[in-house]
Each structure stands twice: as structure tokens, then as C-alpha cells.
Write a protein that binds this ligand. Sequence first.
Ligand SMILES: NC(=O)c1ccc[n+]([C@@H]2O[C@H](COP(=O)([O-])OP(=O)(O)OC[C@H]3O[C@@H](n4cnc5c(N)ncnc54)[C@H](O)[C@@H]3O)[C@@H](O)[C@H]2O)c1
Length: 342
Amino acid sequence: MKKKLNKNFWKNKKVFITGINGFVGSNLAKELLKNGAEVVGLIRNKNRKTLLFAENLNKKITLIDGDVENKKILKRVFIEENIDICFHLAAQVEVGLAQKYPYLTWETNIKGTYTFFEAIRENGKKVKSIIVASSDKAYGEYPIKKMPYKENYELKPIYPYDVSKACADLIAKSYSQELFKLPIAITRFSNIYGPGQANFSALIPDCFQSLIKKTKFILRGNGEHKRDFLYIKDVINLYLQISQSLYLEPNKISGEVFNAGSNRGHKVKDIVKMIFEIGNKKKNLRSIFKNSKFKKTKGEIKSQYMDYKKVNKFFGWRPTFKMDRGLRETYDWYKKYISKIT
Ligand SMILES: NC(=O)c1ccc[n+]([C@@H]2O[C@H](COP(=O)([O-])OP(=O)(O)OC[C@H]3O[C@@H](n4cnc5c(N)ncnc54)[C@H](O)[C@@H]3O)[C@@H](O)[C@H]2O)c1
């Protein structure tokens, strides 16, 4: 079922995005606007130092202020805005914050998800395609011999962020089944990086920030953990393909889960090395690695990378950006924008 992305499809479609002021949300909004969609976005934080505001996307979008746990606000969106397509991206994504304040994470990631679906179930009759961003973290930890992760693996997370995403994932699955029959696809993507990522607790933004601001970079662990990374442009392309296919062929896509990643893991220390080499600061690496050699992290999966066979079979998708190219583009973006977004 290989599908070509039909860009005309998006003309005049009304698309609602939760988490629009975030990294993925703002990149998605940018691409949708380019393709002629009308975009409505839920925005909670008043942070203006984001891609959404830096590129004036906010002026072309209907922005609704509020929390995703607020059913009244969401209800109003579906009653008043005639939404065709949704992307549910709003989440508390900081792993460290989730460990310190799990309550806040449960509220946003779990209550926010069922509130969103209840608002659609009661008032979103016109909605024909709903994408929910789950995460690779929802799977929990598997031994290295089980990599890359496949969609049929059981969800068995133990850490708060990971559990919150697994709950949201199962809630979404439930709304797609026989009782409610909402048209939903669930995505479990690996780590995403690229222009617009302003969560500086994540490895790549943190590393670029240290490089550009010439501050000391501190690794959280010993750098031996393996992670899989996707460049944001590949992710947005896949989101559009899944959403469009779900809209056009709900019987084939609804209730499906889609992994995406690069099929391989990179050691965290290798990513740090690549970034400091791109920034011509190779000499800093010795002290970074020396200081982190015996560091241990708590509450994090050791190794994880994702299979993309299913999305390749369904949509002909594969990652097109090699790490080096993606990181170079990202570096150029941070150099220009870091003063605006920090
Ligand atoms: N970035 C990644 O590496 C990655 C990987 C896999 C899955 N995901 C998932 O993709 C989605 C988007 O991630 P992102 O990287 O853009 O994160 P982000 O933090 O940049 O964006 C999330 C947005 O949600 C908003 N938000 C948080 N709590 C809210 C609430 N209570 N009400 C309304 N809005 C709220 C935040 O203000 C933010 O703008 C998340 O669901 C995340 O779990 C991200």
C-alpha cells in the first residue's frame, strides 16, 4: 500500500494541533500552512521564544489558549471550528521533570489525552483523522537482542514519562475500537531532533546550546546508552502521510500503531562527538568524557532503537536524513536562533 504524499489533499482542510507551540507542533503547523491547510492550535505556555513565534506562524493560525485537560475549552474548539483532522501532541515531555513531579505528567499526558478524546467523541463528528503521539518510551526496556523494537512488542514501561505515554497510547487504542470507533492512528517514534527544538533538557539541543554559548557541557550518564534519532523533516513527512491515509482509508489505518526510527542505535557519546566535531570543538571532548566516565543515570532505558518496516510497507517511508546532514542543518538553525529562543 505504498502512498505518495498528495499535497493538494491539505488545501482548506481544518487541522487542530494540541501542543502547537512545541517542537513537533510548530514544524507540523509550518508544513500544513505551506500545503494550504487552515490550522487551529491549542497553546498553553506563553513562551514566545519558539519557532511558532520566531517565524510568525502564529499570525496565520487560530490560537486557542488553554490546557489540554480543560474539557470546556476543547469542547468549544470542536463545536465552533469544524475540525477535519487532529494531531494530539501536547505533553509534558521532560523525563527529569516527570521523575520529580509525576503528578503534573500524569495530569497532562493521561488526563489530557482522555479529555481530548471525550471532547471529540461528544462534539467532533466531522473529525476523520486523529493522530496521537505516543513514543518509543511507551515500550519500556527490552534486551539488546530484541532490537529494533517492533509494533507487536508488549508495552511494559516502569518510569513515569514512559508510563504516561503508554497510558495515552492505550487510551487512544480504546477510542479507536468497536465502542467508540474514532479514526485514530498511534505513533511510537524514536527521539526527534532538528530546528525548533527548544527543550534544552534533551541531549541534542543541550549539546548545541553549550557549543554555541561556550558553556560547559555535562553528560547525564557515561554516554554508553544507545538512542535512535529521527530528523524533524522526516517525521513531519511521515505524519502527513499517516494522517492523510487515515482520512482516506479509515478501515485500513484506524487502530494501527506505527513505529519509526532509523533501525539503528547511536551511543550518546558518539552523538556528542559528532556535534562537537561539526562545531570544530573536538578539543572539548576529552574533558567531557573524562568527567562522565563513571556516571550512572537512574530512571532511563539503556538502549533503544526502532524498526521502520511497517511504515515502509504502508507508506513507502524511510528516513532520508543521515545524522551528519540533519545535525549540520540543526547547527545552522541554532546558530541563528539561539539568542531568540533562550
Ligand atoms: N521530541 C521527541 O523526541 C519525541 C519523540 C517521540 C514522541 N514525542 C511526542 O511528541 C509530542 C510532541 O513532542 P515535542 O518534542 O514537540 O515536545 P514539546 O515539549 O516541544 O511540545 C509539547 C507542547 O505541549 C504543551 N503542553 C504541555 N502541557 C500542556 C497542557 N497541560 N496543556 C496544553 N499544552 C501543553 C507544551 O507547552 C509544548 O508546547 C509529545 O507528545 C511527545 O511525547 C516526542
